[in-house]
Design a binder for this molecule. Structure first.
Ligand code: K2U
Ligand code: ZN
Length: 173
């Protein structure tokens, strides 16, 4: 298990369309394990493979927020949305690749997703609430889309300029 560095926007790798996972190898299993450790360490409730520089269609999430509730780490390989609700939900989103920046994003309130588990079995589940928001946010990452791409051009460029400044200051050390 190791914590992997998280790419910070702007980074061309965060804008790429990720490739489907071919076979679920032990390397994919190691990646998923490292991504869960990296996510819990951040802390976050989701993390997509391109955020740790691996342009493959895999994300992890655990949106259990209730104290005392057991965690529910999930690994979704080649995830697809198979149904969405008409009803929408607006959530103030953040992103581990765009630190300290938050903005409201409106998405379908419920989504049904289908994916391949680490055991190679196809799974399907309807998500609601934070799970639905997170799953859609992570799937966007696999398509090279960030939550700021759902905002207006002015707000998006403001956030991008802040990240460019942050990266320049980090590079100076
Ligand atoms: O993909 C990521 O950057 C991980 C996000 C996922 C996420 C963003 C917005 C809404 C739900 C999930 C991180 O978990 S950001 C940290 C966070 C933590 C709790 C609630 C919302 C965001
Ligand atoms: Zn994100």
């Amino acid at each position: 298990m190791s914590i992997r560095p998280i790419l910070i926007h702007p980074d061309p790798r965060l804008k790429k369309l990720c490739a489907p996972v071919g076979t679920v190898t032990s390397e994919i299993g190691k990646l998923a394990e490292d991504m869960l450790e990296t996510m819990y360490d951040a802390p976050g409730v989701g993390l997509a493979a391109p955020q740790v520089g691996v342009l493959t269609r895999l994300f992890v999430m655990d949106c259990v927020k209730e104290e005392g509730e057991p965690p529910r780490p999930m690994v979704l390989i080649n995830p697809e949305i198979v149904a969405t609700s008409e009803e929408k939900n607006t959530y103030e989103e953040g992103c581990l690749s765009i630190p300290e920046q938050y903005a409201e994003v409106t998405r379908p309130k419920r989504v049904t997703m289908r994916w391949l588990g680490l055991d190679g079995k196809v799974q399907e589940e309807e998500f609601d609430g934070l799970w639905a928001t997170c799953a859609q946010h992570e799937l966007d990452h696999l398509n090279g889309k960030l939550f700021i791409d759902h905002l207006g051009a002015i707000k998006r460029s403001m956030i991008t300029r802040k990240m460019v400044k942050l990266k320049r200051e980090k590079a100076r050390g």
